[in-house]
Design a protein around this ligand. Structure first.
Ligand code: ADP
Ligand code: ASP
Ligand code: MG
Length: 595
């Protein structure tokens, strides 16, 4: 009999009436002929309340005890849900993470799933029960309770669907995935489908509708998801392999409000610098996000990156000793920034996509502090105060409120989320002997056709990115990777991009014409650079990937000129003379996790 996993989030079980409504949905699915596993979150804002209680007692509660505390929220709701099903006259058994056998590592408050045993759930299902699983929690080797990170019940649901070979429905307080958070922009449009890669990226940059690690599971183990409303029976959004339409370059937008920027200026431009910087941050478990290292200028370069505002103090403290050892110019920071991002699979095939974003910001007089791009995402760091306006402007500029043409249809949602025997068998095979959330690298590639161009000493004001990239585009140059970083020290910015080697001269000529209008000190360029890409799933939640790249390249004496990261790629640019060696070095460094 086909199994279905139905997950109900906090607001969908916020009171007993909602619990009863959720219970009825599960019973209906059972009557339709499914075996049903419900995954339930803590009621309403219960988890927030527990966090507050802990903070009243201590500024730094021990992480193990935090997990002991937070896991109780879900224990309450699974018990009530089982009672609700019983009251409806059906059989149900509630299980904690430990009782299911959700084995995790010991990273308290942000644990990764190693394995899930299906025996107990399967025999309860076979005996006619609806199984009610506590979301968000697991147990480590020493029987300590762990939690998967805030919002982690989605991850429980998708991972259970993966191991059970089940269909997966996520019931929540919106009726699907929107082009951006509908609570932030009322003009946001519900999308009929979104691809795994788009959802991975957008979830990691602010679209809180799905826990981004749940999408890693979905992609890795081919689990299509139906995100839908717990209040109605309407069709929601399918998250699967293909996007809503191939006609769209940008499909979704999001904003992360609580960012903070750190800039290390005049850092010695030597192999090993990035590694030294990012490994101290990784040791403190700080989530580094946008990373921009600009091209060296007189043997010095600037490294800028963002961290969640809440982790800023810890990051600054961790960096202090490194700054002493490496003789930085200065460490500066800005805690009042936000990141606006757009995502779309179509970007990978089309150029000039970023230009639209720069243009709207120029028109709105919004200054951009940092830019990073990946194959399918563009992020701009802006002042927090203008972030919502920036999001609205971008949403409008890419016509996200308008239904695209040629929408892809793949059967009904209930058909589409079914998993066939072949997929189930291949997932079971792949799960043998490896951790479910282990790092898995799909490929390491070298693109040796590129050159790089950097503009140094750029006057930083609204509209600069627009002027530069519209001019470069007019010269017929296909720009690939773009980074912009702003140095507070001298008030100047530097902007770098890569383009095909044969267009380098045209790009430089176009830029020279702008010298007066834009105002910059000089252009430096490298006629041949190598773009090395490590591709996989969940590369940012595995912070070690960047570190491993930096370490192995630095040990080989290879300097990293530019860096950009996304959920599915970490790219570095090195001087062309190192191409072959750099590829070898990375292949060695990742040999153990390359599939
Ligand atoms: P749950 O408790 O069910 O897990 P969440 O609060 O975690 O629900 O996620 C649902 C919320 O996600 C919505 O209420 C909405 O405000 C927010 N959200 C953010 N981005 C998006 C988006 N792109 N589409 C839909 N909802 C979004
Ligand atoms: N209750 C947990 C939280 O609020 C997990 C979840 O709801 O997904 O973060
Ligand atoms: Mg959630």
């Amino acid at each position: 009999m086909a199994i279905i996993v139905q997950k109900f989030g906090g607001t969908s079980v916020a009171d007993t009436a909602k619990i009863m409504a959720a219970a009825r949905k599960a019973v209906r699915a059972q009557q339709d002929g499914h075996q049903v596993v419900m995954v339930v979150s803590a009621m309403g804002k219960n988890t927030d309340m527990l966090v507050e209680l802990a903070n009243e007692i201590s500024g730094q509660p021990p992480a193990r005890e935090m997990d002991m505390l937070l896991s109780t929220g879900e224990q309450v709701s699974v018990a009530l849900m089982a009672m609700a099903i019983d009251a409806l006259g059906h059989k149900a058994v509630s299980l904690t993470g430990a009782q299911i056998g959700v084995r995790t590592d010991s990273t308290h408050t942000n644990a990764r799933i190693i394995s899930i045993s299906t025996d107990r759930m399967q025999s309860l299902l076979d005996a006619g029960n609806i199984v009610i699983a506590a979301g968000f929690q697991g147990i480590d080797e020493d029987f300590n309770i762990t939690t998967l990170g805030r919002g982690g019940s989605d991850t429980t649901a998708v991972s259970l669907a993966a191991v059970l070979g089940a269909s997966c429905e996520i019931y929540t307080d919106v009726d699907g995935v929107y082009t951006t958070d509908p609570r932030k922009l009322p003009e946001a449009r519900k999308v009929s489908r979104v691809s795994y890669d788009e959802m991975l990226e957008i979830a990691s940059v602010g679209a809180g509708v799905m826990h981004s690690r749940s999408i890693e599971f979905a992609k890795k183990y081919a689990v299509p998801i139906h995100v839908r409303s717990s209040m109605s029976d309407g069709i929601g959004t399918i998250i699967a392999e293909s996007p809503e339409s191939h006609d769209r370059v940008v499909s979704t937008a999001a904003v992360t409000m609580d960012e903070a920027r750190i800039t290390l200026s005049a850092v010695p431009d030597l192999p090993g610098t990035s590694h030294a910087v990012f490994s101290v941050l990784a040791n403190e478990n700080i989530t580094v996000d946008m990373v921009v290292q600009d091209v060296g200028d007189n043997g010095k370069s600037n490294i800028s990156f963002t961290v969640p505002e809440a982790e800023l103090d810890l990051a600054l403290k961790a960096l202090k000793p490194v700054a002493g050892q490496m003789a930085f110019g200065a460490i500066t920071h800005d805690a009042n920034v936000a990141k606006v991002s757009v995502v779309g699979l179509g970007m990978a095939q089309q150029t000039g996509v970023a230009e639209t974003m720069f243009k709207v910001f120029a028109e709105k007089d919004i200054n951009i502090f940092m830019i990073t791009t990946s194959e399918i995402k563009i992020s701009c760091l802006v002042e927090r105060e203008v972030a919502l306006d920036a999001l609205r402007a971008v949403h409008n500029a890419y016509d996200l409120h308008v239904q695209p043409e040629n929408v892809i249809q793949v059967g009904s949602p209930s058909e589409e989320i079914q998993r066939d025997e072949a997929t189930r068998a291949s997932v079971a095979e792949r799960l043998r002997g490896v951790g479910m959330e282990d790092l898995s690298i799909e490929s390491i590639t070298l693109d040796d056709s590129q050159s790089s161009v950097s503009i140094l000493g750029l006057t930083d004001r609204p509209g600069v990115a627009d002027t530069v990239f519209s001019h470069v585009a007019k010269a017929g140059v296909l720009v690939d990777m773009i980074i912009l970083s702003y140095s507070e020290q001298d008030g100047n910015a530097s902007m770098s991009f890569t383009c095909p080697a044969e267009s380098r001269e045209a790009a430089i000529a176009a830029l020279e014409q702008l010298k007066e209008e834009v105002g910059f000190r000089e252009i430096v360029s490298q006629s041949s650079v190598g773009k090395l890409s490590v591709a996989g799933v969940g590369l940012r939640s595995h912070t070690g990937v960047g570190i491993r790249m930096f370490r192995s390249l630095s040990e080989a004496g290879i300097n990293v000129d530019m860096i950009n990261t996304s959920e599915v790629n970490v790219n570095v640019i090195v001087n062309g003379q190192h191409n072959e060696r750099a590829l070898e070095v990375l292949e060695d460094a990742f040999a153990d996790v390359l599939r």
